[in-house]
Unconditional design. Structure first.
Length: 462
């Protein structure tokens, strides 16, 4: 799914001046194909990401319309983005940026991005019929309002062009965007172009964030930043149907609201040196949309009202889906960092915008190549375990289809994924990566799998 993956994670969150954590990061001051000015009023950059994924045959006594194919397959994907920006006002206390990004998403995911809740390639669009014709990914106005004369260093990125910002300030981002550009950021597990590739490793799978099928929406984000903490609120448009490309512009009946609080403090106190940085982020969200209840779809099928379980027949306006997430990261040494994500949503209403996960637990870390004289190389390992609630399980067990899952029946078990990668810097802005993902119980089905997905990635920063 092509959403915000092509961000430049200078500090774990785009445009944020406080470098957190301070371990070597391949995107922090990393080389690009061409040098970028730090003083120009204008910004132009680009990225290209090519991923080749394959898996061999695996055990599968049956399959359905939305199953991961058991026969073995391989698929390439290509995501290219052009980033354009300009500073309309350059006073640090009242800086104004305009942002415009053009994107093209080509290729396909294995099994057309079906059959896994934790899908293995975040670059893949869940509707391959949209094609690779370039589209407007982002268009935004970014406004800073400073509350102090004290300035701190800012990092120039695709989303924020100022190199000095007030230490205490209010920022607004308004326009077309992807919510993970600004929320649930984790400097170890967020960027599928230089880090992990799995949907539920790079994002919290239980956060059903407002987005169209490409991962974008129109939204307004307000953010207050202080020395050691930040608070954010986002109001966004929901899709008209699950995994749909069209958005509902009537905020009275459909919207996604998100709140996040971030505290930037060492998490282990005196157990680590004072310069070992850490962060805790707590997020909650409430989605209002034209959604259905799994329980109602199940009852209608069992009573004979519906010939098959079909949740789209039981959708109503006014439906509410809500959830909570925890996002923690900690620098342990100058080269080693760890992170944890935990997520939960109410799970009664249909998975609507991101993926079919009602609960998730994730932990992992990365290790810099600096210790073996490879400053921009990175080694990462993460484990994630995803789950769905009983009504959601029964819906799939009875033969219902979600927008990602549906094996025809279900012998339920948690979907467990172990992912590891090595990202190799070769020349200027060129990187190659080898990635392995071991998936046990694909699509929450104990009868199918396990499956090993192998990936090769080429990434270029222009």
């Amino acid at each position: 799914m092509a959403n915000a993956q092509e961000r430049d994670l200078t500090d774990g969150r785009p445009g944020h001046p406080v470098k957190l954590p301070e371990a070597p990061d391949p995107t922090n001051g990393a080389p690009t194909m061409f040098p970028h000015s730090e003083t120009s009023r204008f910004y132009i950059a680009g990225q290209a990401n090519i991923i080749f994924q394959a898996h061999g045959p695996f055990h599968s006594p049956y399959d359905g319309a939305n199953s991961l194919l058991a026969r073995g397959e391989y698929k390439p994907s290509l995501l290219g983005t052009l980033y354009l920006g300009a500073q309309l006002r350059r006073d640090p206390k009242t800086n104004t940026d305009v942002i415009f990004d053009l994107e093209s998403s080509g290729g396909r995911g294995i099994s057309e991005a079906l059959g896994l809740a934790g899908f293995t390639n975040l670059d893949v669009v869940r509707n391959p019929n949209l094609g690779s014709v370039p589209y407007m990914a982002r268009v935004q106005l970014h406004q800073t309002i400073g509350f102090t004369d004290k300035l701190v260093e800012g990092t120039r990125t695709q989303f924020a062009l100022a190199t000095q910002v007030p230490e205490r300030r209010l920022e607004f981002h308004v326009g077309k965007m992807s919510l993970p550009d600004y929320l649930d950021i984790n400097s170890i597990g967020t960027d599928s172009h230089l880090q992990f590739m799995n949907w539920t490793v790079d994002n919290n799978g239980a956060w059903d964030y407002a987005a169209d099928t490409r991962g974008y929406t129109f939204a307004a984000v307000a953010e207050y930043d202080d020395k050691a903490w930040s608070a954010r609120y986002a109001l966004a448009l929901m899709p008209t149907v699950a995994n749909g490309i069209d958005l509902d512009w009537n905020l009275r009946r459909a919207s996604g609201q998100n709140w996040e609080f971030e505290l930037r403090k060492p998490l282990l106190g005196g157990l680590l040196p004072a310069n070992r940085k850490g962060a805790v982020r707590v997020l909650s969200y409430v989605n209002h949309a034209h959604m259905g209840l799994y329980r109602e779809a199940n009852k209608a099928y069992l009573s004979g009202e519906d010939p098959k379980p079909e949740i789209t027949k039981h959708e109503t306006f006014g439906a509410v889906k809500y959830g909570f997430t925890l996002n923690v990261e900690q620098e342990l040494t100058s080269d080693l960092r760890t992170f944890i994500r935990i997520g939960w949503n109410e799970g009664q209403h249909e998975s609507f915008a991101y993926t079919e996960v009602d609960q998730t637990v994730e932990f992992g870390g990365d290790y810099s190549g600096r210790s073996w004289s490879r400053t921009y190389d990175k080694l990462g390992v993460a484990f994630v375990s995803n789950a769905i609630k009983k009504d959601h399980q029964d819906y799939l067990k009875l033969g219902g289809l979600g927008f990602l899952l549906g094996d025809g029946k279900l012998n339920y078990a948690r979907e467990d994924i172990l992912e590891g990668y090595y990202n190799l810097h070769t020349w200027r802005g060129v990187y190659y990566a080898l990635d392995l993902q071991y998936v046990d119980h694909p699509g929450y089905n104990k009868d199918r799998g396990p499956v090993l997905v192998e990936s090769v990635r080429m990434h270029v920063d222009f």
